[in-house]
Design a protein around this ligand. Structure first.
Ligand code: SAH
Length: 394
């Protein structure tokens, strides 16, 4: 296949030489005529040596590399990448009778930049973050249903909010293959309604699976406050871990309905759980001291971009400071940041400042991250986004 070639400025091939998968627009010497968003392009160094193939788009990240060297992007490209991604999830032990919710494709972490696929039983939810992946959605959907052993029958496309607005691709959320089947997925033996049609992201945050399991171990006999509960994932695990009571809070009324439904699905009629549709900061400022001895703070990304970093760090500090003020002595705080723009050190520093402000004695018990089905390509450290601390507060 012949592709148009993007030639880089002198020296700008270095990061690609280390397999970093992005070409920034500032690194480009010549943009060929007639190139369109979503095209597959060849990338060469300044003297014309071929580096690899990638998806072109307008914006600061101009090319997302699909292959390096001579590897082609042919008919079998998506099939072989997806099969390899599936083999990894099998090796991770994520496909079991009691677990069928997992991330099958984590963008650069699976050498498919711009693509996210989450699987819930027989349904895969496909999310394109680049025009190139948008244009390839049918091929990808067919390749997904062709993975032996994955049992994927339905592919739902959900990219209305993830594609660059300026590309004017006007994507429609809809099934590419199959149709609605059960919306109940299993995670570590617990059942969850997953609303991929109207829910946030692909409908569920599979990235907290391991951390929820850890929470279960700490829940026994504790009074739990699950802030930013969304589908109630942490709440349901806390209940299985024999929590005394569990309060779930989210500002979205839909999230609260979903949380109640998920608690009911696993623990019908259980009176230990209550859910509140309220703003987190409001709830925390009104809450009484010492009634909770296990608090989870899993807010949405406070910094969606680098420009919002300063305010995000202030937000994390304020939120955590309030939790330190409230939590009963001997309490355990699970605190997270999913902002990619906030580094592990910056987050820890924000939590440190909050602890210092409260004057409590605080120790770090665990340092948490994203699970193995959200692998980080070692040449693409930007793929690391989830950070968490489990703290013991005296
Ligand atoms: N802990 C969840 C994921 C949290 S996602 C899980 O394990 O699946 C973040 C949630 O925060 C969303 O459900 C969103 O509705 C909620 N949220 C955003 N801003 C909020 C605010 N100011 N107060 C309370 N909840 C908020």
């Amino acid at each position: 296949m012949d592709y148009k070639t993007i030639r880089l400025k002198k020296g700008k091939e270095e990061s690609l030489g280390r397999f970093h998968p992005w070409v920034f627009s500032g690194a480009i010497a010549d943009l060929p005529d007639g190139i369109e968003e979503g095209d597959i392009v060849a990338v060469s160094d300044h003297s014309g040596h071929h580096i690899g193939l990638g998806h072109y788009q307008i914006g600061s990240i101009a090319v997302r590399m699909l292959t390096f060297g001579d590897e082609p992007v042919d008919d079998t490209f998506y099939t072989s990448r997806l099969k390899a991604a599936f083999r990894l999830r099998q090796a991770l032990g994520l496909l079991r009778p009691d677990n069928n919710a997992y991330r099958l494709v984590h963008g650069e972490g699976d050498f498919l930049p711009g693509l996210v696929v989450d699987v819930y039983g027989t349904t895969a939810v496909l999310q394109a973050h680049s025009p190139g992946m948008h244009f390839s959605r049918d091929v990808i959907a067919r390749a997904l249903t062709g993975i032996d052993g994955a049992g994927i029958e339905n592919v739902y496309y959900k990219s209305e909010t993830t594609l660059p607005y300026k590309a004017r691709l006007d994507p429609q959320n809809d099934y590419i293959i199959g149709s609605y089947s059960t919306d109940v997925a299993k995670e570590n033996g617990l059942k969850f309604h997953v609303d991929w049609l109207k829910g946030q992201k692909t409908g569920f945050f599979v990235d907290q699976r391991d951390n929820r399991m850890l929470l279960q171990q700490y829940a026994s006999g504790r009074s739990v406050l699950n802030m930013f509960c969304y589908t109630g994932g942490f709440s349901v695990y806390a209940m299985r871990g024999d929590a005394l009571k569990v309060h779930s809070v989210d500002s979205s009324a839909k999230a609260i309905t979903l949380t109640r439904a998920n608690v009911e699905l696993n623990f019908p009629g259980d009176q230990r759980h209550e859910a509140f549709a309220e703003d987190a900061f409001k709830y925390l400022s009104a809450a009484k001291k010492d009634i909770y001895d296990l608090i989870i703070l899993d807010p949405p990304a406070f910094a969606k971009h680098r420009s919002a970093l300063r305010n995000a760090l202030i937000g994390y500090r304020r939120l955590n400071a309030r939790a330190f003020e409230l939590i009963a002595p001997g309490g355990i705080l699970f605190t997270f940041s999913c902002s990619q723009a906030v580094s592990r050190e910056q987050f820890r520093l924000a939590v440190f400042s909050a602890a210092a402000q409260s004057g409590r004695r605080v120790r770090i018990l665990h340092q948490l991250t994203q699970p193995a089905d959200h692998p980080i390509n070692i040449y693409h450290p930007e793929g690391e986004y989830l950070k968490g601390l489990i703290l013991y507060v005296e």
